[in-house]
Design a protein around this ligand. Sequence first.
Ligand SMILES: NC(=O)c1ccc[n+]([C@@H]2O[C@H](COP(=O)([O-])OP(=O)(O)OC[C@H]3O[C@@H](n4cnc5c(N)ncnc54)[C@H](OP(=O)(O)O)[C@@H]3O)[C@@H](O)[C@H]2O)c1
Length: 334
Amino acid sequence: MSTANIGRWAVNPAIRASRNGELAAVASREEDRARAFADEWDIPRAHGSYDALLADDEIDAVYIPLPNSLHREWTIRAAEAGKHVLCEKPLALTEAECRDMEEAAAANGVKLMEAFMYRFHPRTDRVLELVRSGTVGDVRMIRSAFTFRLTKPDNIRMDASLGGGALMDVGCYCVNVSRTIAGREPIEAQATATWAESGVDEQLVGTLRFDGGLIAQFDCALTLERREMYEVSGTEGYLTVPNAFLPGTEPAGVQEVRGRDREITHTVEGADEYLLMVEHFSDCVIGDLPPRYSPDEASRNMRVIEALYESARNGGTPVALAPRAARQVPTSAT
Ligand SMILES: NC(=O)c1ccc[n+]([C@@H]2O[C@H](COP(=O)([O-])OP(=O)(O)OC[C@H]3O[C@@H](n4cnc5c(N)ncnc54)[C@H](OP(=O)(O)O)[C@@H]3O)[C@@H](O)[C@H]2O)c1
C-alpha cells in the first residue's frame, strides 16, 4: 500500500523473494505513480487508490508503509475488507490507536503484526539466549542508540501532523529492544528532547526505569551521523551489539566481555531480517497461527513512547507507568 521508500528498497523485494508470498499488486494515491512503480518492479497489478487495493479479491494481505498517522485508519479499513495486515513501526500514534487496530483485526479474523524487522534477525535471538542464560549476570543497565541525519526537510519524519519525530521513527527501536531484553515493562519513563521548528523531536534522550534496579537509557536523533547499537550490562559482564537494527545480510557479531580475561565475539550467520519477517507473517496467515509479536506487544511499546513524549513535553518530569492488566479482545468467533 503506497510507493514508500521502505517498500521499494526492503520489504517489496523481500515479499518477492519469500518462499510463501507473492507481490501481486501495488496501490498509490496517484494512478500514474502506481503504474510506474508496478512497471519498474514488475508487479502484476497497479491500483490508483488504496481503496481499490482493498477491493481487490486476489489480495490476501497488505503491507502498510504509510506515514505513521495513517497506520490506524488503513489497518482498520484493511481488516474490515478481510485483509491481513503487516503494518510498519510504530504501529500507530498512541496505545489507544493500537488497541483499536487490535480489536478491528480480531473482530474481522485477520492477522496484524508490527514490522519491527530486527526481531527476526537470528542475532537478536542469540543476544536473548546469552542474557537469559546469565552470561552477563544480573542485567542492570541497557544502553541503546539509533540516530541518523535527515537531510530533506520535506521528509514525513519532520512533519508533526504525520506522526514524525526521532522517537517515533528510530527511538521506538530502542524502547522495543530495552523492553525485550528486560523481559518486563518499565515502571517509569523520563525524556529530554530538542524540538525542531516543525514541532517534531529531532533529538531525544530517554530513560526507562524497571523494577529490580534495572535502568535503560537511549538516544535517538534525526540530526546525527548514523549510529545504531545496544549494550547490555550486568553484574558479571556486558554485551555490545553493533549495527543493531540494520545489520545487513553479512554475518553479525555480538561482543561479550566478562572480567579482565574474557573478551570474545559471537558471530551469527548473515540473514535478511526483512525476508524472515515477511515469511513468518505469511506462515501465520497461511497456517492461521498467531504472529510471534502480537498487537498487544505493539501497544505496550506505544504506551512507553507516549509516556516518554509526555515527560519530554513537561521539561523532563518522570512519568510513572502503572502495571497493566492483560486484556480480553473479542474475536470474530466470540
Ligand atoms: N522497518 C523499517 O526498516 C523501516 C524503515 C523506514 C521506514 N519505516 C516505516 O515505514 C513507513 C514509511 O516510511 P518511508 O520512509 O518509506 O516513507 P515515504 O517514502 O515517505 O513513503 C510514504 C508513502 O505513503 C504514501 N502517503 C500517503 N499519504 C501520504 C502523505 N500525506 N504524505 C506523504 N506520503 C503519503 C505515499 O505513497 P503514494 O503517494 O504512492 O500513495 C508515500 O510514498 C513509516 O511508518 C516508517 O516508520 C520502516
